[in-house]
Design a protein around this ligand. Structure first.
Ligand code: FES
Ligand SMILES: [Fe+2]
Length: 369
């Protein structure tokens, strides 16, 4: 069998390709940009870098989350430079003090008489499609996007063969017990490709493979449809020490007790399901050779509220694993400009499925598949 080939090196550093990915791939797919529970109150906002735009996400007085391009309609000033905060009763531009309601309507433009022909109705903030799925905020810049589930459910069916197995983890009912943000000197696609394969697990992840010994075979994180990866016989919990007795997530079955499931929801969310917690990696491309990953460790709110809650032993497993992964992504980035990689490399047997991601990128860029 001939091996599939990777993208050529330039796809991992060329600013022109990066810009096209931002508009044609991220700009047309639903992309995860954060958590709905980070914005509990009216006026709470966060900004997100998404598809080459800055987007302002705000909770309205009616409790709805909305997203807008973070641009004042008057002369184009960026409305918020802050990553998060509270707008107060309105979103006000600092430049000439135009103000917008939390639903985006223009409600104030100082020193312009009512009889001057300012078309206030058409000068509201430019909306961006927003949907919440499993507690996560997803954005789309497509004109008329299908529901976010139309993008995500086929991927879940590919992984599980059914939706129920994923749904019983109740990801949307969980809360963040620990969050770590990483910045990586590597193209975002290297980070996705790395997460999709476990051929590298034996060489670089001794801690992870001691908990999940099947990964020493190099088979993919994604595994076989519907199958999880079994814990090592000698461990009690998915912690660095292998010890722990946190209660299972409430919806799970006894058969879920000692299994790990990992998978990618393209374009930018990595999901890790465990019996007593869930880990989500949200990836943001910052530039052709720089990426950010926010890693959230989720537990039930009851577990987080428990006196003495301490996730350190749990967090250590994937914090160590993440750093090992980012290290090899950065090392790979260093090779992308070499003449040795002008025509790319190859995916071996345990990595063949990554060709599906390569093809998604090419298809969205309007190139050959
Ligand atoms: S640019 Fe915002 S009010 Fe003028
Ligand atoms: Fe890894």
């Amino acid at each position: 069998m001939a091996f599939e080939t990777t993208l050529p090196g330039r796809y991992f550093y060329d600013p022109e390709i990066f810009a096209r990915e931002q508009s044609c791939l991220f700009g047309q797919m639903w992309t995860c940009v954060g958590r709905a529970d980070a914005l509990p109150n009216a006026g709470d906002f966060q900004t997100a870098e998404f598809a080459g735009e800055s987007v302002l996400i705000v909770r309205g007085r009616d409790d709805e989350l909305r997203a807008f391009l973070n641009v004042c309609r008057h002369r184009g000033a960026r409305l918020s430079l802050e990553p998060c905060g509270n707008t107060g009763p309105a979103i006000q531009c600092v430049y000439h003090a135009w103000s917008y309601a939390l639903d985006g309507r223009l409600i104030g433009a100082p020193n312009i008489a009512r009889d001057e022909s300012l078309d206030r109705d058409n000068l509201g903030l430019v909306p961006v499609h927003l949907q919440v799925w499993e507690g996560l905020i997803w954005l789309s810049l497509a004109d008329d996007p299908p529901p976010v589930t139309a993008q995500l459910e086929p991927a879940l069916l590919d992984r599980f063969g059914e939706l129920e197995k994923f749904e019983r983890y109740g990801v949307g009912s969980l809360a963040v017990g620990k969050s770590i943000t990483y910045e990586i000197d590597a193209n975002w696609k290297l980070v996705v490709e790395n997460f999709m394969e476990c051929y590298h697990c034996a060489p670089i992840h001794p801690e992870l493979t001691s908990l999940l010994p099947e990964f020493r075979q190099g088979t993919s994180y994604q595994g076989i449809v519907g199958q999880g990866t079994a814990f090592a016989d000698e461990i009690d919990a998915f912690t660095l020490s292998g010890q722990g007795e946190r209660a299972m997530l409430p919806g799970l079955l006894p058969s879920d007790a000692r299994l790990y499931y990992g998978f990618v929801l393209w374009p930018n969310l990595f999901v890790n399901l465990l019996p007593d917690h869930v880990i989500l990696h949200t990836l943001t491309p910052l530039g052709p050779e720089r990426s950010r990953v926010v890693c959230d460790w989720l537990f039930t709110p009851e577990e987080i509220a428990r006196p003495g809650f301490d996730p350190a032993d749990t967090v250590a497993v994937f914090d160590i694993t993440n750093r090992q992964d980012w290290d090899v992504c950065e090392r790979t980035q260093l090779g992308m400009r070499s003449r040795a990689f002008v025509n790319g490399g190859l995916y071996v047997t345990n990595e063949q499925h990554i060709a599906g991601f390569r093809d998604l990128v090419l298809e969205r860029l309007g190139e050959r598949v």
